[in-house]
Design a protein around this ligand. Structure first.
Ligand code: ADP
Ligand code: TMP
Ligand code: ASP
Length: 238
């Protein structure tokens, strides 16, 4: 597989074309950003950790029947993925209230939600990724049909059910997470992008210690140590 030109550089990854028009190489960066990239940092080795963590979780989800874009790992920081047309929605699933949910609705931090909450945010940096409802998605043409919205919600809940149990078995609470979906050349909706401590919140189930990007957002220190701990628990046999 030949790595060709850089087609996009985002906050956490670079995307490269390959000699196959249907495949891309995703290269995970050590950069960390928060609050619309107003806060910036760098943690040597973070990209490799996220590549490993995301690869493990995508393999698990694939085994459980979730179609994903992942083809194979190429190196410490690179993976080969199916090229998709990304649906411009961040699908967030929440089990415990924290972050923007507590700010927006004054739900007390740490409240266990009575069922997993699925939210859509419009992926648009200029608008700061606003929360949108089903009708916004349809009117703005962010998805093709109500059926696609139902599919995204269903896949979000399925991913949550699989990962929630997987992490509970490893003494971690999956507090919330963000996923992205894309449409491949055959019109299938695939789980795309990544699932890592950059895009999830994990709390130690005994101490509630934060083991994710909130350590960077909130200046808690030991960011890399936390990501290493998440990988260690993912790789541990229960
Ligand atoms: P951001 O764009 O939010 O800064 P990243 O730095 O992670 O995020 O950049 C990766 C970009 O690649 C994202 O915009 C993501 O939507 C996109 N992407 C992820 N997976 C695929 C894929 N399989 N095909 C095409 N684009 C993808
Ligand atoms: P929030 O509470 O800030 O809305 O975040 C919800 C989840 O989404 C949390 O696990 C972090 C993740 N997330 C991203 O992956 N990218 C983002 O740009 C934001 C704002 C949140
Ligand atoms: N990903 C967003 C940023 O880099 C926000 C966040 O994760 O807090 O700005």
């Amino acid at each position: 597989m030949q790595k060709k030109e850089l087609i996009y550089e985002g906050k956490g990854k670079k995307m490269f074309a390959t000699d196959d028009a249907n495949l891309l190489i995703a290269e995970f960066k050590d950069d960390l950003t928060a609050f619309d990239a107003q806060k910036r940092g760098n943690e040597a080795g973070k990209g490799a950790l996220n590549n490993k963590i995301s690869t493990q979780l995508f393999h698990l989800l694939k085994e459980k029947g979730i179609p994903t874009h992942l083809v194979e790992t190429l190196s410490d920081t690179e993976q080969l993925v199916k090229k998709c047309e990304i649906i411009p929605l961040e699908v967030v699933v929440r089990n415990i209230a924290t972050g923007s949910l507590t700010k927006r609705l004054a739900i007390k931090e740490g409240t266990v939600l009575s069922f997993p909450l699925v939210e859509f945010y419009y992926k648009n940096d200029d608008l700061h990724d606003p929360l949108v409802n089903d009708e916004h998605c349809l009117i703005m043409g962010l998805v093709k049909s109500e059926n696609d919205l139902d599919r995204l919600k269903h896949m979000g809940r399925e991913i949550n059910a699989i990962l929630f149990k997987f992490f509970a078995d490893r003494n971690l609470k999956l507090v919330d997470f963000k996923v992205e979906f894309g449409v491949d050349k055959d019109g299938n909706i695939l789980l795309a992008d990544e699932i890592s401590p950059d895009s999830c919140r994990f709390w130690d189930a005994t101490t509630n210690e934060k083991l994710d990007k909130d350590r960077f957002r909130q200046d808690l220190g030991s960011v890399k140590v936390a990501y290493e701990e998440v990988l260690k628990r993912i790789l541990s046999k229960v």
